[in-house]
Design a protein around this ligand. Structure first.
Ligand SMILES: N[C@@H](CCC(=O)N[C@@H](CS)C(=O)NCC(=O)O)C(=O)O
Length: 221
């Protein structure tokens, strides 16, 4: 199958998952791209990821998840990357040259690895989800300092530029913004440069729409 000439005559893109920082990402990207997509807003701890039907689609029993014709994808980063590359528009810039690609990967891996998985999700696992993963006060207490160290690196990079990639708003910004919101929710201090960056990105209509869709229970409606 050639993704780059993919026809949209098939059913619209379907995305599963709502209510978490990870599920926000594909919804936000879909909104930035102006996609006609269907959302199944299933939550992570509601039993909806454990049903027979969902497990047949996604053996990981996690959200988010995407189906687009023959393409089945889990992992928020992969889903966003897929949407940006298959349905490009001028709201989300895509890397073209090799160095741009690897630089973008560098930020994506850094934010996903160090801030999402290693810090914020660790706090979630060992505090909010302690019944499942075990409580660990030491781990939970040391995580915010670790996040802040990496926020320092990101703040330095963003001191003199608006977005992580010089060419404009892109996938690493979607990841960083979702992590900043998560950190603020966990009361992890955020440096001023990143607070300013967050305020600018929060003005994006697609972000606001995606937040209202993803966190429907918080925003009402
Ligand atoms: N690395 C995955 C993480 C997916 C993930 O852990 N999703 C959580 C919600 S944020 C989930 O579905 N948890 C349900 C479960 O573990 O049963 C991604 O970025 O998509």
């Amino acid at each position: 199958m050639n993704f780059w000439t993919k026809k949209t005559a098939e059913a619209p893109v379907k995305i599963w998952g709502a209510g978490t920082a990870r599920s926000l990402r594909p919804i936000w990207v879909a909104e930035e791209l102006g996609l006609d997509y269907e959302l199944a807003p299933i939550g992570p701890r509601t039993g909806e990821t454990q049903t027979k039907e969902y497990t047949e689609l996604n053996r990981k029993q996690k959200i988010p998840f995407l189906v687009d014709g023959e393409v089945h994808l889990f992992e928020s980063v992969a889903i966003c990357r897929y949407l940006i590359m298959v349905y490009p528009n001028d709201q989300l810039s895509s890397p073209e040259a090799l160095l741009e690609k690897v630089k973008e990967d560098e930020w994506v891996s850094y934010i996903y690895g160090e801030i999402d998985e290693t810090s914020l999700y660790v706090m979630r696992r060992h505090r909010d989800l302690a019944d499942i993963y075990g409580a660990s006060e030491d781990v939970v207490q040391s995580a915010p300092a670790y996040v802040q160290r990496h926020f320092g690196v990101l703040a330095k990079h963003l001191e003199h530029q608006q977005y992580l990639m010089e060419r404009g708003f892109s996938l690493p910004d979607v990841l960083l913004m979702s992590c900043l919101d998560w950190a603020v929710h966990y009361e992890v201090p955020v440096p001023q440069v990143l607070q300013n960056y967050r305020n600018v990105i929060a003005e994006r209509p697609a972000y606001q729409k995606a937040m209202a869709i993803n966190y429907k229970d918080l925003f009402g409606g």
